[in-house]
Every structure is written in structure tokens, then in C-alpha cells.
Design a protein around this ligand. Structure first.
Ligand code: GAL
Length: 311
């Protein structure tokens, strides 16, 4: 059977049901009551290079977080802005002058709230905090609660994972991107607990995406080269808190060493096809970030090994 992802975002601009480009970068997807909700960074307007940095610190004004919904993973309806940015309020985490990246949403069955975590930063990326927002509805509007450094540790690229037992975890690049952390969240998912582990020590891994298959956890990360592509790598564990065993690059074929020019953001389980997943990557256009596209590829698990092909 033709993998569903073949017909999805294959590097071209993905259009929503109004025919407009989907603006949801560094995305995350939540499946809730038969509907997939896609959340992402709204990148709009001029890209500029932040002066005085020794790396390619290209950025656009923070546009807030978008939300799209779909029942078939092909047709995406724009559900509006899930989390609005603030204008002219430089002290506010959500000011357009800040960085708001990699939003992820999970549902808390106990509190009946949808909980969003995201990376909040300033121009030089040294603020490095996790922002938290909640809503009674999947599409929002989300109410911003504030930001935190979990256990006083830096947080940049991040993802969220809700396990089958209802426990949730925050996974993020920490220690100035040198080492990743996995931190268990409080029962309401609004706070980090003091239970956390350091993984991939000094390996400089970013853009974590996690999924579970047949009782094993898989964590795909990118290297650390800003908006420029690099080789992905994955690791396997029996528990979210590890130990994680590194298995190398899941990408196969031409341009596998640069993740087919993309950077992973999320692995989406296809609910109607158990065991099938979509690897959702961003094709960053670093000098015109609004023009960044998406690469959504079928991800397979073959004999316990993760394989991503660019068909
Ligand atoms: C990347 C990261 C992106 C963004 C970018 C800024 O390494 O994965 O989410 O933060 O750096 O240059």
C-alpha cells in the first residue's frame, strides 16, 4: 500500500483548505477524539540576522502559534491563532520581539485542560525557557501562564510526550545545547518535577521527537547547526527516562546525511494504521524563514530499526 505520507508535504508548500500556505513550523500534532490538531510557529514577515552573534542567528518576529485540524491528514483546516503574540510589550514572553518555537500540546484527562509547552527565548537564545499555556478547547485560545527553566536548567528545542499511563515528560536541549534532559511533569502537566535525567551527554543534540512502538520508546534528534540541515540520529529505550541506546541515522538513501535537507520536529502515529508513522520535518529557508516548507515522510520500523526514506 502506498504510505499515506507520500501524498502529504513533500517539500512543496503545503496548502490549507482555503488554498493558503500552512504556517505551522517546528510543529507538533495532538490527536483528540478523531481529529488531528496541528500546532506550529507562525513565521511571517522579513527575516533578519541578529547582529553581534557568532552564528547564523536568522529570525522573524514571533507570530504566535497556529492551529490546523484534519481528520484524514491531507486536508488541513485553519483553526486560527491558538496563542496570540503581544505587540509592543518587550518585557512579555509573547512579545513579537521574542522567540516562540516548537509548540507541543497534550490533553490532561484529570484537569480536562489542553496543555501547551513551547520554547521561549530572546534574540541571543540565552533566555532559554519553557513557556506553558492552557485551554479548555483543543484549538484555543490558549492562556499563557508563564515560563520556567526546569530545575534551573536551560531549555531550548523541546518536545512533550504523554505516555499510556497518563504521565507526561518534557524533553529538551539543555546545558547550552550540550546535553538533553528528560523531565517528568507534574500530574497537571503544568510544572516540571525534580525527577529528570541527562541524556546524550555532550553530544549536542536538538529537535527531539519521540514515539512508542511495541513497548519501546524511540527518540529522533538532529545535530546542532542552527537552520542548516545535518544528520539525524535515533535512540531506543524501555522507558522514557532511559537509559537510551543510540542507534545512528534512521534516514536511508540519497541525502540521508542531511535528513533530506530537513530537520525533524515531530513523529506522528497514524491512528488508523497502527505501527505506521509520519516523520515531520522542517525544510528551513534560513534567509526567508516564512518560505520554509515541510517534509513529511513515512517512517517504518523494520525489525526494531527505524527507517525513513524519501520516496
Ligand atoms: C535550530 C533549532 C530551531 C531554531 C534555530 C535557530 O537549531 O532547531 O528550532 O531554534 O536553531 O537558529
Amino acid at each position: 500500500m502506498k504510505p499515506i505520507a507520500d501524498t502529504l508535504a513533500n517539500g512543496s508548500i503545503l496548502l490549507d483548505t482555503d488554498g493558503k500556505p500552512v504556517n505551522a513550523h517546528g510543529p507538533g500534532v495532538m490527536y483528540h477524539q478523531g481529529v488531528y490538531y496541528l500546532f506550529g510557529e507562525i513565521k511571517k514577515g522579513k527575516t533578519w540576522l541578529v547582529p553581534g552573534q557568532n552564528w547564523e542567528d536568522y529570525r522573524v518576529s514571533a507570530g504566535g502559534i497556529s492551529c490546523y485540524s484534519s481528520t484524514d491528514l491531507k486536508h488541513w483546516k485553519n483553526r486560527g491563532i491558538a496563542l496570540k503574540p503581544e505587540v509592543g510589550d518587550p518585557g512579555n514572553d509573547l512579545d513579537t520581539g521574542r522567540v516562540i518555537e516548537r509548540p507541543k500540546v497534550i490533553y490532561n484527562a484529570r484537569t480536562k485542560k489542553f496543555v501547551m509547552w513551547m520554547h521561549i527565548d530572546k534574540n541571543d537564545y540565552n533566555y532559554s525557557r519553557g513557556g506553558i499555556a492552557i485551554s479548555d478547547n483543543p484549538v484555543g485560545p490558549y492562556q499563557y501562564l508563564g515560563s520556567i527553566r526546569p530545575n534551573n536548567q536551560m531549555l531550548r528545542d523541546m518536545t512533550l510526550y504523554k505516555d499510556d499511563d497518563g504521565k507526561a515528560y518534557l524533553i529538551y536541549s539543555s546545558e547550552d545545547n550540550n546535553t538533553m534532559h528528560v523531565c517528568q511533569l507534574s500530574d497537571d502537566y503544568l510544572k516540571p518535577t525534580t525527577t529528570y535525567v541527562r541524556i546524550f551527554e555532550n553530544k549536542r543534540r536538538e529537535s527531539p521527537s519521540i514515539f512508542k512502538n511495541k513497548g519501546k520508546y524511540y527518540l529522533i534528534t538532529s545535530g546542532c547547526s542552527g537552520w542548516s540541515p545535518n544528520a539525524a540520529s535515533y535512540a531506543v529505550a524501555d522507558h522514557v527516562m532511559g537509559p537510551w541506546k543510540e542507534e545512528g541515522n534512521p534516514c536511508k538513501g540519497a541525502n540521508a546525511e542531511v535528513t533530506f535537507f530537513s530537520q525533524g520536529a515531530f513523529v506522528l502515529p497514524i491512528v488508523s494504521q497502527p505501527g505506521k508513522y509520519i516523520f515531520m520535518g522542517d525544510l528551513w529557508n534560513k534567509t526567508d524563514l516564512e518560505k520554509s516548507a515541510y517534509l513529511w515522510l513515512p517512517l517504518r520500523i523494520n525489525d526494531g530499526k527505524v527507517e525513513i526514506y524519501n520516496p
